[in-house]
Design a protein around this ligand. Structure first.
Ligand code: HEM
Length: 173
């Protein structure tokens, strides 16, 4: 069974946004010059857009079950399904963590780091350094977890493509 064009759009928009949010997240800490603010804006805007896309995608997915290949062994179906569910959960939790971290640091998305560069978002709390450090630690941890989940996901695609040769990748393009 083929994926619908809506499923494909959701999938590839998600890929592009992760490809922006994840690497920028990992490099921001190493940038010491004035371009750092631009990296924050790009990282945070891509991350929050991911939250919107992932939420819409989950809502859409609830009414449109994914056609996982029926001839796949039960164990592999379970693994693929679990990785997909964990990715959805992580893509919702990670932007929320990032968003509340910036607020807790007293660094809301306003002015120089407004959402998409020009949309000021409300400030949700007073600065609280202890809370900010805890949220940041979780954000870092979840960043690495997302990287691992993506490796598992891409590993699965390679397995389908190179070993089973069942055209799974082609179904998503
Ligand atoms: C799914 C979306 C997101 C992903 C995958 C992601 C991933 C990451 C990663 C991997 C890091 C680097 C952690 C490290 O130091 O090793 C990071 C840092 C950070 N992220 Fe995110 N993030 C996302 C969304 C957001 C959002 C929505 C915000 C804020 C609105 C945000 C704010 C931050 C901040 C402030 C840092 C610290 C940068 C620094 O000063 O070192 N992130 N993120």
């Amino acid at each position: 069974m083929a994926y619908t064009s809506t499923a494909k759009w959701f999938h590839w928009i998600t890929v592009v946004l992760i490809a922006v949010a994840l690497p920028t997240g990992f490099v921001i800490g190493h940038i010491k010059d004035a371009s750092k603010m631009g990296f924050y804006t790009i990282h945070e805007s891509a991350g929050l857009t991911l939250l919107i896309v992932a939420t819409l995608r989950l809502w859409w997915r609830a009414t449109h079950p994914v056609p996982l290949s029926p001839e796949l062994p039960a164990l592999l179906r379970f693994v693929a399904d679990t990785v997909h569910r964990l990715l959805y959960a992580a893509l919702i939790a990670q932007p929320l963590l990032g968003f509340f971290t910036t607020n807790a640091y007293g660094f809301p998305l306003r002015g120089e780091t407004a959402y998409l560069g020009f949309i000021d978002l409300p400030k949700f709390m007073e600065a609280n350094e202890g809370l900010a450090n805890t949220l940041m630690m979780l954000h870092v941890w979840l960043g690495w977890t997302i990287l691992l989940l993506l490796c598992a996901h891409i590993g699965g695609v390679i397995y389908h493509q190179a070993i089973r040769r069942d055209g799974t990748l082609i179904r998503m393009v």
